[in-house]
Write a protein that binds this ligand. Structure first.
Ligand SMILES: [Zn+2]
Length: 104
């Protein structure tokens, strides 16, 4: 479902979030529930709090950066947080599958 949110991030910001992945930005999740995720995106001396919340069929995302606050757009930090959560979920599924194989 986070992929739908990522689809709404414009190309430039999506690209900068991908570049953040390459540059080892950190995603530190503080709270994760079925419909809610909250944490920090960190790189260099910067830190931004990101919240992504599902309301019905749509996601509402917030970030403390100027891009999100002043322009009201889905910023690169929100994109990075969503990518990170998708990556963590995929890794968890993959690890689970490997454990099942080992358990046979
Ligand atoms: Zn931001």
């Amino acid at each position: 479902m986070l992929r739908r949110l990522l689809g709404k991030v414009d190309d430039g910001r999506f690209g900068r979030a991908l570049a953040g992945m390459q540059a080892d930005w950190q995603w530190q999740c503080k709270e994760r529930r079925a419909e809610y995720v909250e944490g920090f995106v960190r790189y260099g001396s910067k830190q931004y709090m990101v919240v992504i919340e599902r309301r019905g069929k749509r996601y509402v995302a917030r970030c403390g950066c100027d891009d999100a606050v002043k322009r009201g757009v889905l910023c690169k930090h929100v994109a990075f947080a969503a990518m990170s959560e998708l990556g963590l979920a995929a890794a968890a599924r993959s690890a689970h599958r490997q454990l099942q194989v080992l358990g046979r």
